[in-house]
Design a protein. Sequence first.
Length: 350
Amino acid sequence: MLIGICGGICSGKKTVAQYLVDHHGFKHLYLEPPSQDTSQSTPSSTTTTSSSSDQKQQPLPLTHPSQPYTFPTVESLLDFVTKRWRSRFVTTNIHNESILDLLSRRPFFILVSVDSPLVIRHRRFQAQPHRLDLTLEQFVAQSDAHLYDPTTGLQPLISRASVRLLNTSESLAHLYATLGKIDLANPERLRPSWDSYFMSLASLAAQRSNCMKRRVGCVLVGREKRVISTGYNGTPRGLRNCAEGGCTRCNEANSSGVGLSTCLCIHAEENALLEAGRERIRDGAVLYCDTCPCLTCSIKICQVGISEVVYSQGYSMDTDTAAVFREAGVKLRQFSPPPNGLIHLERLDN
């Protein structure tokens, strides 16, 4: 695993990297800036054999007392990590998008960004030893150049991070404690588990929903982890889309459970079952849905022989649905993948 960390000035990216080193056995890798000429300082392998005196030389890490793993190029860093991909590495030296493009091709890489409110970052800057005496206005100008300079700004990198940490911690102990709650080194962030994978497909299917009340997506999976069908909720084929006024009940914004007999929308689970057909559903089939099925859908799920239902978000009928599945012998469980996107570390205290 290789975790790349980027962020604004004094956002805490080096502190997060050090946390990974101290508490999760990561090794910190360093990358020379692209503009720096390392031709004179880069040691290279001189190992030869009698049958290959002109063996191609491979760049090795530069050695510094405080930075033992420093590489002249991103290619040499990647070569080093690839041969040791089961180990854990972290770097904060992602200088531009070209470097990020190369790193992102590898299945062992994930990008994390760290950000903090500007006033907090300035306060941290002021507390640093040997700091420059910058006013808040001067610090803002420096920060803006660091992030938004059209040539060297790092905001394009930050926007591509899979995990975005908002760090408002006032102490190292508090930051480390909150970082311990998000399982940053979880390997599922690199390669999703089957649950994460199929739940992501269900969430993607939900984006096609045209129902005005709620977006729901569903994926029906066979025993061999193969997708049988997908579904999302909305009005039937040939009818005007709900989002275009096709379902009066949904467009009148009735509360949950009101006017269901007049609703023209087919649920995501129903669409997935209709698409599959009874003959394609075998023992061991699993239904993934980003929202827990309603009572009406649950009895249809039992009827076609689904073995397990996995959902992400709760619904108002969860208790009734669970009772139906329990009686029919259908396993029901909730799955929540490791949190990605924006994570406010301070909120983890609650």
